[in-house]
Design a binder for this molecule. Sequence first.
Ligand code: NDP
Ligand code: OXD
Length: 296
Amino acid sequence: MTLLLISLPERAAVWSRVFAEAGEPILLDDSDPEAVTEIACWTPPDLARFPNLRAVICVGAGTDHMPPMPDRVVLSRTLAPGIEAMVRDWTVMAVLAMHRDLPLYLERASRGEWAGHGAALARTRRVGIMGMGRIGRLVAQGLSSLGFPVAGWSRSGDPVDGVEVFTDLGAFLARTDIVVCLLPLTDQTRGMMDDAFFAALPKGARLVHAGRGAQLDMDALRRALGVTLDFAMLDVTNPEPLPPGHWAWADPRVIVTPHIAAVTDAVEGAEHALAVLRALRNGAPVPGAVDRARGY
Ligand code: NDP
Ligand code: OXD
């Protein structure tokens, strides 16, 4: 049983150390495909080359870019406290930026204009989180502790302590002043933030997006700005990378960061892979296993 890691040299050095400490072999090149039983990567190689493959470990949290897996191969997404905490931190920063009108003040600052206006209390700004999974729940805790009234929206509506969880998207959007997207990209969520979506928000709403770019219709976003939507902060865009000259770079109502909400810590990534290897060895459930039917 040998894992092949496809990664940058500096990250490979960390994985090699963590695997050596655990007494596990690791391959850093694919010159012996028959020896490979697991692959850890962001961008996968041609999986057909590896006849003994039984698991692919995505080194990030989202796996929508992965090809369909052969029946015998389990796909695992990396579960790492650092990923979740980093996305929580980025999202809290973005919600605060939207709440306190940061795009407006950045624009005024770029002109050297010293002009303020009133500020709303956090308790009057209703935040709605789409996706109440591992990250959404952590974000809900962080924002609730700052005094925002927080609700969630999920497929199952599974209860979350202290948070009203909707399954009816229309009702959820109608009560949401800052909408946060933390959804996986699936057939159901692709393109879901469209004209109808933005029209269902109260006037003056704001968008925070750290899910996946393809969930957002950027043209619909542009049409909604100044109509129902005041501002947006995006860590993921459609397309991604956002090309130079794209309207969203130049629109002062939009703040873009280049998909940096989370960067997997190399030690945590290696530790997740070791947990997958242990589970496979013991016939236990594989941590982070992606459900083929749900797509996440
Ligand atoms: P989880 O799988 O733990 O949670 C996913 C949540 O989305 C669940 O609550 C799920 O509902 C909900 N959901 C899925 N499909 C639908 C749907 N069709 N309608 C309503 N709700 C739905 O994922 P994580 O919280 O760990 O991560 C979420 C996503 O965040 C990742 O897939 C990735 O796209 C993104 N991400 C972005 C990063 C960045 O750097 N920008 C970094 C890390 C992650 P239910 O509870 O019913 O299953
Ligand atoms: C992601 C990640 O899934 O960075 O976006 O983990």
